[in-house]
Design a protein around this ligand. Structure first.
Ligand SMILES: [Zn+2]
Length: 75
């Protein structure tokens, strides 16, 4: 699944995700984030800019724990 993801991700903006459990990190392409975002937009009824919205939580492909968006400090 991740190999196919890499091929689909050429030219995409990436968001760093990190597993708090095992430390696995991966850049998730924007188009995939937006797909996951559809659910939260539907729940809140509002469309927020991607950077400010609550980033969707994914499942760590390594250990199946929570795979969360890692905010960067360089604003
Ligand atoms: Zn993990």
């Amino acid at each position: 699944m991740l190999k196919e993801l890499d091929e689909l991700s050429i030219g995409q903006k990436f968001y760093d995700y990190e597993c708090k459990s095992c430390g696995f990190t991966k850049g998730i392409p924007e188009f995939l984030i937006e797909e996951f975002m559809q659910d939260s937009i539907f729940e809140t009824g509002a469309i927020a800019p991607l950077e400010e919205a609550i980033m969707p939580k994914l499942i760590c492909p390594n250990c199946r724990a929570k795979f969360e968006y890692k905010k960067t400090d360089n604003h």
